[in-house]
Structure formats: structure tokens, C-alpha cells
Design a protein around this ligand. Structure first.
Ligand code: FAD
Length: 632
């Protein structure tokens, strides 16, 4: 039998992005022995790549901002499909989480009078994103890591060991959660470098594994994002919601081909960048949907005035929520008004002096110079939609971040969890989401462990099964090639379950996913266990398949268009469908089972924050008559 290194913890956090680190800090502050696992190098997570900032209604730049306005914007952005309680907690607690980061050592950019500065972003009514140039995520991760190191130093002073209460396992992939009945008992995985196995036994596990973008051909996501946490949750008996909602960021690089998909931050538009088609037209004015007409300018003059006088002008349509902008670009390119490489033009060079561009958008300036030989202070950027973020994820209890379904002791926070963003996430709401719910997950995972009278046990049988599954691809040296399989899956998802979806294509996608599943069951990897990326991908593919099946099934089921889910055959939003969450679970045979579940009903005092005309665009007649009765 294979050698397995064993460790005992109170809380195991899978993922070392913002959500995972914030959760681990909280669990350690509650006195728990905590492990943090990271598939890549410690410090390299999507959180680091976040450029624009973290949304929090601190009201520093416009004092009219407060949690209620942020809550409204978030619900609007998600087209009212958000879990209202998560959106409420997020809007209320985000400012505190940002201020707290400064006590950990973060230093955000400042306003003239010394407050934390806030920038404009799509869908946010007031300037709201706390930022550090366009490298906010880097500061966030740097500070959380610094806090962890300072806690480790305290532990050293007390116990003589830096790792007595927090230990980081980097370049380590978790492949399986192990249960004792319905209770979490531990997490099993391997060190990527040596291929050696490890088991972390713990009564509470927090998933903070981020997104799923690697199932798509064109994506801003890096190699780790194969939906591992989503799949681990499903296999452990938890449920996923909203998996049909994927965010295609409107502006990824489109040229040169080797960098296709790499993100161009929304700050470019927030700071004044405009979109033009190949005919030079600022086309976004043609794409303002009715539900947003009141808040967006209809002339270029008004839009331009907004940057300096936001109180008396409406915002430019380039700052509509991402789903709207991505669809608009898609339509322009399809209509033949795109660039040769299949994008549109994003220009700051004619809008700001070169020094301002270099000061406010240093990473973008560098990125285009290095990767595309384009100087954005002199020429426009070429951009197009890229698969960026998954709104769907583990269905959680809003206050505790505990996973729903049959499993106990499993928690989820950050991008891997679902509900918070409804059908579309506003930019900047992720960094704040992962701080707010990371903290909550850490706190409640710690508290949950204390409710148990004895530690759940990992069974030898389950452990052996985890080893067998992990080794299987290496037993099939001449099995199917994992890289070929990943490419085939990416083609199916990109071509048939992409930005614009149709019934026939979705049915076809599901058929092909079934065929791919059979081939993945026969995936092989040549070589041995020492640093073997082919083997690692073979194991990731199992997760990508389940998650892609959830997305395709839910996309076929939802017969409406809303946020990150557009059906050409059902182009309108349907008030009836707004009442429905699509919930995925795994049946005994390991197949994805889809169920409709009612969306939780918003509390009256929250509903009353919206005006009647706006609500009537989203709610059913039934809901509206309840609203009217309560308003009287
Ligand atoms: P991540 O930061 O993605 O971290 C996931 C962690 O899980 C990693 O450590 C990974 O190694 C680990 N992991 C995954 N699978 C396993 C496994 N099987 N075993 C062990 N470890 C595992 N949002 C904003 O709010 N504002 C922005 O300006 C912004 N800009 C962005 C720019 C880019 C280029 C990208 C890609 C995203 C951006 N986002 C932004 C989105 C935001 O960065 C992410 O949604 C967010 O950082 C997710 O944080 P997280 O903590 O949930 O996970």
C-alpha cells in the first residue's frame, strides 16, 4: 500500500486566496489548529490578480453612499436572483472588513483629505472600490499573509513552533473529502512535487478553491481553476446552485493569440476608457436595456460630463454591468463591426494624458507593452469577452457559510460559494465578498467543531478508495491523453455553452459531455508520481467534467435570459424564473441531478428599499401585490 502522511487539525482550509486566508485567520483567532492548502505556490491565487479594487460603501468619495445603496446595486446587478441575506450581510460588513485590513498593514490609496480613496466601477452608483493603483489584490494577499506570519510568530513565542497553530501546505492538491457518515472527517491529497499522499484529519473543512474557468477555451483564469471545490462539495453530498450563470468579462485581450483571454481591468472604463467598433462608433449607447435606462446617459456629452460631475449627469453606458457589455461586444463583432482579430477597440489614449494613464493603470500599460507591443498611452487596446467568474457555487447558509445538502462540517467561501451574486456579479464585489464570508466561514467552522462530542473518523476503506482513484491514471499509461481531453471539453463548453446559448446546442453539449465522461474514465498519464503535470490534469478532469455537466444541464433547464445566462431562444427575463434556483446534487451513481428550488423571499424592509417601477420589471404580479399591501 501507498505511504500516507497524516496530520490532525481542527480546521482545514482548502485554498489560499483571499477567502481561504481570511477564514484561516479567523479560525486561528478562535484558537483552532488550522491548515491552509494551496494547489499552487503560496501567494499565487486569483485574488492576487484582482486589479480594480474591493467594493465597500464607506462613503469616502461620495457621502451619499451607504450599505443600502450597495445592497440595491448588488441586487440589480444580479437581476434580483441573489440570495438577499448574503447581499445584505456583504453590503453591511464590507467597510469593516476593509478597515480591518489596514490594521493588518494594508495601505489603500488615499483621497486628498486622507481617507481611503474609492473608484467608480460598472453597476456601482457611487465611487466605491477601495484600491491600491490597479494592484489591489496583491495588497490584499500580501496583508493577509503578513497577518498569518505575525500570528505564527505569536505562536512561536508561546509554543516554540511557528507551525503549532497555522501551517501552510503549498503546491498541494486535495482530491477527496473523507466523511464519517454525514460528517466531514478529513481531506486527502498529494504534494504536487513529490506525488506523495497526505491526509489531513479535521472535523471542519472550508472550501475556498475559487473558480472553474479552465473548462473554457478563452478565459482569464489560470491553470488551477478546474472547479475542484465545486466537485469536492458535490461528491461529499453538498449542493451547488446557479451553475448556469458564468460571467464573461467584456474585456479580455484578443491579440496576439498566445495571450487571448488575459484580463483587461474594468478600471480602464471606470477611469474614462471608451469602447468603439471598427467604424469608430461608440456603440454602447445602442445597448442600454430598458431596466437601466434611467441611470445611464444617452449622449456622449452627458457621459463625458459624468466623470467630473456625477451628481448632475448620468453614467456612461460603458459602465453597464458586465453581462450587458459582453453581449454588446459579441453582437458588434458578429455584425461584422469588429477588428480583424475578432475584438473591439478600448481607448484611453485620446481620453487622458499619458502620465495619468501610467499612474492610474500601471499594470495595463505594462501588460500591453510586454505582451502585445501596444502603447496604451498612444493607441487603443483590442478587446473581447473572456470567461472570468462563476456566480454559481456551493449552496450555503448565508450567516454561517455552512454547505447545504446532506453533509455536516463543510463550509464554503469566496468564488466557490454560490448565491451572493445572483445571475451576475458586479466588479469589485468579489474581493469584498471573500473578506466578509471568509471571516464568517472561519468563525463558524471553528464553532462547529466545538459542538461535536467526538472527532469524526476516517475509515481505512475510504482512504484506500481515495488512493486507488488518485493512482488510476498512472495505471493506464496508454490511456486517453489528458491534454487532448481538456481541449475537447473546452471546445464543447466554449462553442455550445458560451455567451449566447440555444436549446439544440445545449442538448448537443450534454451528449458530448456524456461521451467525454466515458473517455475521461479511461484517461491515462505516462511517467511516475514525481512532478507529473499530465497526471495532475488527469485528476482535475474528473472535476471539470462534473462541473461542466452542472452548467450545461442548468443552462438547458433555465428558459429565460438573465445576467450571465443568455438564451437566444428565450431572450427575455421571466418573473416566474426569478423565483427559481436550480440546484445540482450527485445521485448514487455519480450522475448530476438537477432540481428546481424556490428562491428565499426577501424581507419586507429590504424590498421597500426599491421603488415600485423598478421592482415591477423583475417581480411577478403576485409579488407586486404583496409589495403594495405592505407599502400601505
Ligand atoms: P482564489 O483567490 O481564486 O484562490 C483559490 C485558491 O484555491 C488558490 O490558492 C488555489 O491554489 C486553491 N485551490 C484550488 N483548487 C485546489 C485544490 N484542489 N486543492 C488545494 N488548493 C486548491 N474581483 C474583484 O472583486 N475585483 C477585481 O478587481 C478583480 N479582478 C480580477 C482579475 C483577474 C485577472 C481575475 C482572474 C479575477 C479578478 N477578480 C476580481 C475576481 C476575484 O479575483 C476572484 O473571484 C477572487 O479572488 C476569488 O477569491 P477566492 O479566495 O475565492 O479564490
Amino acid at each position: 500500500t501507498a505511504r500516507i502522511e497524516r496530520h490532525l487539525y481542527d480546521v482545514v482550509v482548502i485554498g489560499a486566496g483571499g477567502a481561504g486566508l481570511r477564514a484561516a485567520i479567523e479560525a486561528r483567532l478562535a484558537g483552532k489548529r488550522t491548515a491552509i492548502i494551496s494547489k499552487s505556490l503560496f501567494g499565487k491565487a486569483h485574488t492576487v490578480m484582482a486589479e480594480g479594487g474591493a467594493a465597500a460603501a464607506m462613503g469616502n468619495v461620495n457621502s451619499k453612499d451607504n450599505w443600502m445603496v450597495h445592497f440595491r446595486d448588488t441586487m440589480r446587478g444580479g437581476k434580483f436572483l441573489n440570495n438577499f441575506r448574503m447581499a445584505e450581510l456583504h453590503a453591511k460588513e464590507a467597510p469593516e472588513r476593509i478597515w480591518e485590513l489596514e490594521t493588518y498593514g494594508a495601505l489603500f490609496d488615499r483621497t486628498k483629505d486622507g481617507k481611503i480613496s474609492q473608484r467608480n466601477f460598472g453597476g456601482h452608483e457611487y465611487p466605491r472600490l477601495a484600491h491600491v493603483g490597479d494592484r489591489t489584490g496583491l495588497e490584499l494577499i500580501r496583508t493577509l499573509q503578513q497577518k498569518i506570519v505575525s500570528l505564527q510568530q505569536e505562536d512561536f513565542a508561546e509554543t516554540g513552533s511557528y507551525e503549532s497553530r497555522i501551517r501552510v501546505f503549498s503546491e498541494t492538491t486535495i482530491t477527496e473529502l473523507l466523511l464519517d457518515g454525514d460528517r466531514v472527517a478529513g481531506a486527502f491529497g498529494y504534494y504536487r512535487e513529490s506525488g506523495e499522499f497526505l491526509l489531513l484529519e479535521a472535523p471542519a473543512v472550508i472550501l475556498a478553491t475559487g473558480g472553474v474557468g479552465r473548462s473554457y477555451k478563452v478565459t482569464s483564469n489560470s491553470w488551477e481553476y478546474t472547479g475542484d471545490g465545486h466537485a469536492l462539495a458535490l461528491r461529499a453530498g453538498a449542493t451547488l446552485i446557479n451553475m448556469e450563470f458564468l460571467q464573461f468579462h467584456p474585456t479580455g485581450m484578443v491579440w496576439p493569440p498566445s495571450v487571448k483571454g488575459i484580463l483587461v481591468t474594468e478600471s480602464v472604463r471606470g477611469d474614462g476608457g471608451v469602447l468603439r467598433n471598427s467604424e469608430g462608433k461608440r456603440f454602447m449607447f445602442d445597448y442600454v436595456p430598458d431596466v437601466f435606462r434611467k441611470q445611464y446617459a444617452d449622449t456622449e456629452e452627458e457621459a463625458d460630463r459624468w466623470y467630473t460631475d456625477p451628481d448632475n449627469n448620468r453614467r456612461p453606458p460603458e459602465l453597464l454591468p458586465r453581462d450587458e457589455v459582453a453581449r454588446a461586444i459579441n453582437s458588434e463583432v458578429k455584425a461584422g463591426r469588429g477588428t480583424k482579430a475578432g475584438g473591439v477597440l478600448l481607448d484611453v489614449s485620446t481620453r487622458m494624458p499619458a502620465e495619468t494613464i501610467i499612474k492610474r493603470l500601471p499594470s495595463m500599460h505594462h501588460q500591453f507593452k510586454e505582451l502585445a507591443d501596444v502603447d496604451i498611452t498612444k493607441e487603443p487596446m483590442e478587446v473581447g469577452p473572456t470567461c472570468h467568474y462563476v456566480m454559481g457555487g456551493v449552496e450555503v447558509e448565508p450567516d454561517t457559510a455552512a454547505a447545504m445538502g446532506t453533509v455536516q462540517g463543510l463550509f464554503a467561501a469566496g468564488e466557490v460559494s454560490g448565491g451572493m451574486h445572483g445571475s451576475n456579479r458586479l466588479g469589485g464585489n468579489s474581493l469584498s465578498d471573500l473578506l466578509v464570508f471568509g471571516k464568517r466561514a472561519g468563525e463558524h467552522a471553528a464553532a462547529y467543531g466545538e459542538t461535536l462530542s467526538k472527532r469524526p473518523k476516517v475509515s481505512t476503506k475510504d482512504l484506500e478508495a481515495a488512493v486507488t482513484t488518485a493512482l488510476a491514471p498512472l495505471q493506464r499509461q496508454s490511456g486517453e491523453n489528458p491534454y487532448g481531453l481538456q481541449q475537447d471539453l473546452q471546445a464543447v463548453m466554449g462553442d455550445l455553452v458560451g455567451i449566447i446559448r440555444r436549446e439544440g446546442e445545449l442538448t448537443d453539449a450534454l451528449k458530448r459531455i456524456q461521451e467525454l465522461k466515458l473517455r475521461v474514465a479511461n484517461v491515462g498519464a505516462t511517467g511516475g508520481r514525481r512532478y507529473n503535470p499530465g497526471w495532475h490534469l488527469a485528476l482535475d478532469l474528473r472535476n471539470m467534467m462534473i462541473v461542466s455537466e452542472c452548467t450545461a444541464k442548468a443552462a438547458l433547464e433555465r428558459e429565460e435570459s438573465r445576467g450571465g445566462h443568455t438564451r437566444e431562444d428565450f431572450p427575455a427575463m421571466s418573473p416566474q424564473w426569478r423565483l427559481v434556483n436550480l440546484v445540482c446534487s450527485l445521485d448514487d451513481g455519480g450522475d448530476v441531478h438537477l432540481e428546481r428550488k424556490p428562491l428565499p423571499t426577501m424581507r419586507d424592509e429590504l424590498i421597500q428599499l426599491f421603488d415600485r417601477t423598478e421592482l415591477s420589471k423583475y417581480l411577478t404580479e403576485d409579488e407586486m401585490s404583496r409589495f403594495d399591501a405592505n407599502a400601505e
